[in-house]
Design a protein around this ligand. Structure first.
Ligand code: DSN
Length: 435
């Protein structure tokens, strides 16, 4: 086998040689990622080192428990890996304690609830259709069935873009009226900075605990580009695969005082054996995020999002909250074309090689499966090397595709331009090009 294990070409073309079907599909996916634009706000391109750790022999190990207290033998290496991952997470975020075992952000959030409140307790969190997350109490999520959620949203839209901000007066009013045991901050479709302190003050006023779901801005927080909730919230949850650019997974940060409670909620409360290979990859990503180059990456992610926002506004789109402070934008399609739903826009853009997701906008008149919005993010394409000037090109291609959505030839032409642009910014330049 030629090459280094960290080379995706080796992983795809060499190691999987005997499984033609899966190998072909993985090569197809690599081809899709490098020939189309990746604008899903919760995605990124991990480094080959993160890919290598995720593909390592640690996937063979069972390690229920924590370092030094496992329920299986043979965990000397797994202990060191998890200790290193926890130590790096603590260092990166300046936290007293880290738990790196959650399989996902949803697991991390559920573990935080298990640690901080009892089933049936009241929790105050942001409504999904206002920018929150399924695990913030949606009735279709287990969280909405186990706990009594009372929801806050954003302020009304304003012509000058100053509206659609988290409505802290509403949070305070709800908290005073409902006396929740826990207040949750954190979003999946909110483009502005979230300051943790006002939530802390409201939680303290009503005797509630405070959890911050930092899944989306984790990389921006780690880089110091966004305010850190660590030390302000009782528990911070985050995912490692969005702006943080690590493997798919979750994690929690808390004080030394809450460490046992949080660890017990993750295991044995919620999960069995941890994914040791993913924990190794998280450790790799935490180290990468400590490098000076990651700070500059995070700044470029925001600059690119702002450049994309400016260019899309120029194309006639309205942006929810008037623009962005972070890695994502929420586009209200109605000004651009009242007939165009998020679903049709997403499907059209897929045909044009522009990958993104439809998303409800605050007070969306269309149902969640249809929507009037698109969510776009710059974390992945910034990793690939795109800059602010490229964002203007991206906005133009996106607008052309949506304007000419009934014209197959026009969409094919956009797709060809997308591919040409995309190929200038290969996230995996060493990988094979057999497809
Ligand atoms: N599904 C993630 C996102 O796209 O934001 C949140 O879990």
């Amino acid at each position: 086998m030629a090459g280094r294990l960290s080379d995706p070409e080796v992983m795809l073309a060499g190691v999987l040689e005997e499984d033609d079907e899966i190998r072909a599909l993985l090569v197809d996916e690599l081809h899709r990622q490098r020939s189309t634009l990746q604008l899903i706000a919760s995605e990124n391109f991990t480094s080959p080192a993160v890919l290598a750790a995720t593909a390592s022999v640690l996937t063979n190990k069972y390690s229920e428990g924590y370092p030094g207290r496992r329920y299986y033998g043979g965990n000397a290496v797994a202990d060191e890996v998890e200790d290193l991952a926890r130590q790096r997470a603590r260092q990166l975020f300046g936290s007293e304690h880290a738990n790196v075992q959650p399989h996902s952000g949803a697991s991390a959030n559920l573990a935080a609830y298990l640690a901080l409140v009892e089933p049936g307790d009241t929790i105050c969190a942001m409504r999904l259709d206002q920018g929150g997350h399924l695990t913030h109490g949606s009735p279709v999520s287990i969280t909405g069935k186990l706990y009594r959620f009372v929801a806050y949203g954003v302020t009304p839209a304003a012509p000058d873009g100053s509206g659609e901000r988290i409505d802290l007066d509403q949070v305070r009013d709800i908290a005073r009226r409902e006396r929740p045991k826990l207040i949750v901050a954190g979003t999946t479709a909110y483009s502005r900075t979230i300051e943790p302190e006002p939530f802390r003050a409201i939680a303290d006023e009503v005797g509630a605990k405070f959890m911050f779901d930092c899944a989306h801005p984790a990389g921006l927080v780690a880089a110091g580009v966004h305010p850190s909730p660590v030390g302000v919230a009782d528990v911070v949850t985050f995912t490692t695969h969005k702006t943080l650019r690590g493997p798919r997974g979750g994690a929690l940060l808390t004080s030394a005082e809450n460490a046992r409670l949080v660890d017990g909620a993750v295991f044995p409360g919620l999960q069995g054996g941890p994914l040791d290979h993913v924990i190794a990859a998280k450790a790799v990503a935490f180290r990468e995020a400590m490098q000076p180059s990651f700070k500059s990456y995070a700044r470029r992610v925001v600059a690119n999002a702002q450049a994309l926002a400016g260019a899309l506004t120029g194309e006639g789109f309205r942006l929810v909250a008037g623009g962005t402070d972070n890695h994502l934008l929420l586009v209200d399609l109605r000004d651009f074309d009242p007939e165009l739903s998020g679903k049709v826009a997403q499907e059209t853009l897929d045909r044009a090689g522009i990958t993104c997701n439809r998303n409800q906008i605050p007070n969306d008149p269309r149902p969640p499966f249809v929507t009037s919005g698109l969510r776009l993010g710059t974390a992945a394409e910034t990793t690939a090397g795109m800059g602010e000037a490229d964002m203007a090109v991206v906005a133009g291609l996106l607008a052309t595709a949506l304007r000419r959505r009934d014209d197959d030839a026009a969409l094919r032409a956009v797709r060809a331009e997308v591919r040409e642009l995309r190929e200038q910014f290969d996230p995996y330049p060493g990988a094979g090009r057999e497809s």
